[in-house]
Design a protein around this ligand. Structure first.
Ligand code: C2O
Ligand code: CU
Length: 552
C-alpha cells in the first residue's frame, strides 16, 4: 500500500469517536553522509538529513508517527525508537536481526507506530553496527492536549543531546577490535548537541551555547546518546531539579550533578537565578579525559566575560561510589493519582541473570582469545533473519526458547575470579505468556572485571525495585524492595560489583531485545531477547508486518 493510502486509512481511523484527538505526524529521514562544521572535520559522517544530531521528533502522547527512513549510504541501516513501547508494533522497533532485517542501501522503510501511554524525552538511534555514534536524535513526547506537566510550566524547553565522536571511521574502529580480539579505541571527544570541545585549531565554532534570560525556569531534556560512556552533566554555579527520567515522571529531586548512563534521558528544571555571567556546561565521562563543554550564557552578558568553570571532582572509574550510588538511588516515581505506580506485586517468572565479560577462543586473534560479554554465561549470536519474523511466521531453526532462568554455575559472583572465564554461545530467548509478571535480578560478575552495566529493555519500561552491593541474597534482599514508588525506566545501571532487581508486566506481545547499552558490550554479546506470546483478547496479539518490511 502506498504511503498516502496508509495516511488516508489512518486519518479515517482517527475520525472514529474514540480517538477524537488523534494526530498523524509524518517524518522523512534520509540517511546520508555529510560533514559538519560543528566537529571541525572534513570527514563526512553518517547523518539523518545531513544533521548531527538528527532532527528532533516532536509529538504528543497518543499521536501516530509515520517515519520513512531512506537509506542513501553504503551501510545496512536500521533506526530504533529507544524507549517507545511499540505496543503490538514490534515491526517498527528497528532492531537489526531482532525485529527486522536491515534496510539495505537504496531501500526505504516506513515505521508506523503510536505513542501510547508515554510522555517525556526519548531518542532514536541506529541499531546496527556502531552507526548510532552519529545516527541519533531526540524524541519529545508532549502530554496530551490540555494536560499540564505535574510541575510548574517552564519558560522554555531545550533538548541537549550528549554523544561521543571518533576522528576515524567508527566501523573501522570496531572491526579492527573484533579482528584483534582487543578492546576498541575510546572516542576522541564527547559532544554536546553535536559540538566538539572548542580548540585552538577549531576557532570558528565556540561549542554549544545555551542563551538564557535571568530569573526564569528552563526545562533541559538531556539525552545520553554516547556509545560507550556514562556521563556526568553539570552546570557551574547552578542546581537542577530532576522531574522525569526515561519518559516517566519522578518526584522532584534537587542535585547539582546528574549521572546519565548511555541510553538514559533526564529532564531537568534549571532556574536562572544568577542574573548575569557565563557558566560552563560539562558532560564528562568516568574515565576519558575528553570532557565536552558548553556555555550557559545569560543574555546581556558581554561575550568577552570570563566563563566560570567546573573542576572535575567526580569518580574516575565506573565503580560504585557514594556519589554514583546516591545519584542513582535517589530517584523515585512521582506516583500521583494521574501517574500511579503499577509495580507487579505477584510474580509469575522470577529470573536471576548474571551479566559480565568473558573470553572465547579465537585462533585468528592477537592473543588467541577474544573479549566477549554474556548474560547467564551465554554470549548472544546474532541470527541472520529477525527473531520476530521467525516467531511470527513460525520459522524453525532461528532461535531456541531455552534461555535459562538462572546461571549455569553458582559462585561468589563478586568475589574471586572463577578459574575459567569462558562463556557459551547461542541464540536463545526466554518465553513469557501474555500478561505474565516478571521479576528479574541482574547480578554483576567478576569474570575479568567488575563494571557497571546500563541494561536496556525494549518494548517495556520497568520498575527498579531494589539494588545493592555484593551478591544478591534471595531471602533478605527482597524484604527491602521498594514496591511503593520505585523509579520507572527503560535503561538502568547495575552497580559495579552489585545487583539490581526490576519488575515488569509482559503485556506487549512480540520479541523484545534486552542488552547492555554500552555498545562495545552489545557487540561482545551481552544481550538476549524475551518472546512474549500473543494473548487471546482482541488487542493482545502482534499486528501483521507492513508490506515494506525489509528483506534480508
Ligand atoms: Cu538504545 Cu537496543 O537500544
Ligand atoms: Cu555493559
Amino acid at each position: 500500500m502506498a504511503t498516502w493510502i496508509r495516511v488516508v486509512v489512518l486519518v479515517m481511523a482517527c475520525l472514529l469517536p474514540a480517538s477524537a484527538e488523534c494526530v498523524v505526524r509524518q517524518y522523512n529521514f534520509d540517511v546520508v553522509m555529510k560533514n559538519t562544521t560543528k566537529l571541525c572535520s572534513t570527514k563526512p559522517i553518517v547523518t539523518i538529513n545531513g544533521k548531527f544530531p538528527g532532527p528532533t521528533i516532536i509529538a504528543r502522547e497518543d499521536d501516530i508517527l509515520l517515519i520513512r527512513v531512506n537509506n542513501r549510504v553504503n551501510y545496512n541501516v536500521t533506526i530504533h525508537w529507544h524507549g517507545v513501547k511499540q505496543f503490538r508494533t514490534g515491526w517498527a522497533d528497528g532492531t537489526a536481526y531482532i525485529t527486522q532485517c536491515p534496510i539495505q542501501p537504496g531501500e526505504s522503510y516506513v515505521h508506523n507506530f503510536t505513542l501510547t501511554g508515554q510522555r517525556g524525552t526519548l531518542f532514536y538511534h541506529a541499531h546496527i553496527f556502531w552507526l548510532r555514534a552519529t545516527l541519533h536524535g531526540a524524541i519529545v513526547i508532549l502530554p496530551k492536549g490540555g494536560v499540564p506537566y505535574p510541575f510548574p510550566k517552564p519558560r522554555e524547553e531545550k533538548v541537549i543531546v550528549l554523544a561521543e565522536w571518533w576522528k576515524s571511521d567508527v566501523e573501522a574502529v570496531i572491526n579492527e577490535a573484533l579482528q584483534t580480539g582487543l578492546t576498541p579505541n575510546r572516542s576522541d571527544t564527547q559532544t554536546i548537541n553535536g559540538y566538539a570541545e572548542p580548540t585552538s585549531s577549531c576557532p570558528s565554532e565556540r561549542g554549544y551555547t545555551l542563551q538564557v534570560e535571568p530569573g526564569r525556569t528552563y526545562m533541559l531534556r538531556v539525552i545520553n546518546a554516547a556509545l560507550n560512556e556514562f556521563l556526568y552533566f553539570k552546570i557551574a554555579g547552578h542546581d537542577f531539579t530532576v522531574v522525569e527520567v526515561d519518559a516517566s515522571y519522578t518526584k522532584p529531586y534537587k542535585t547539582d550533578t546528574v549521572l546519565i548512563a548511555s541510553g538514559q534521558t533526564t529532564n531537568l528544571l534549571l532556574t536562572t537565578n544568577l542574573g548575569t555571567g557565563k557558566f560552563m556546561i560539562s558532560a564528562s565521562p568516568f574515565k576519558n579525559k575528553k570532557i565536552a563543554t558548553g556555555t550557559l550564557h545569560y543574555i546581556g552578558t558581554p561575550n568577552d566575560t570570563a566563563t566560570i568553570v567546573l573542576t572535575p571532582i567526580w569518580p574516575s572509574e565506573n565503580t560504585s561510589t557514594p556519589l554514583v550510588d546516591n545519584i542513582t538511588d535517589a530517584l523515585r516515581s512521582l506516583n500521583s493519582k494521574e501517574y500511579p505506580v503499577t509495580v507487579p506485586l505477584k510474580i509469575d517468572h522470577s529470573l536471576f541473570f548474571t551479566i559480565g565479560l568473558g573470553t572465547m577462543p579465537c585462533p585468528t586473534c592477537t592473543i588467541g582469545n577474544r573479549a566477549v560479554a554474556h548474560i547467564n554465561n551465554i554470549t548472544f549470536d546474532s541470527p541472520t533473519i529477525s527473531l520476530l519474523q521467525a516467531h511470527y511466521f513460525n520459522i524453525k531453526g532461528v532461535y531456541t526458547d531455552d534461555f535459562p532462568a538462572n546461571p549455569p554455575n553458582q559462585f561468589d559472583y563478586t568475589g574471586t575470579q572463577p578459574a575459567n572465564p569462558q562463556t557459551m554461545h547461542g541464540t536463545r530467548v526466554y518465553r513469557l505468556p501474555y500478561n505474565s509478571t516478571v521479576q528479574l535480578v541482574l547480578q554483576d560478575t567478576i569474570r575479568l572485571a567488575l563494571e557497571s552495566h546500563p541494561m536496556h529493555l525494549h518494548g517495556f519500561s520497568f520498575y527498579a525495585v531494589g539494588s545493592g552491593l555484593g551478591n544478591f541474597n534471595p531471602i533478605k534482599d527482597p524484604k527491602k524492595f521498594n514496591l511503593v514508588d520505585p523509579v520507572e525506566r527503560n535503561t538502568i545501571s547495575v552497580p559495579a560489583g552489585g545487583w539490581l532487581a526490576i519488575r515488569f508486566r509482559a503485556d506487549n506481545p512480540g520479541v523484545w531485545f534486552m542488552h547492555c547499552h554500552i555498545e562495545v558490550h552489545t557487540t561482545w554479546g551481552m544481550e538476549m531477547a524475551f518472546v512474549v506470546d500473543n494473548g487471546n483478547g482482541p488487542n493482545e496479539s502482534v499486528l501483521p508486518p507492513p508490506h515494506d518490511l525489509p528483506k534480508c
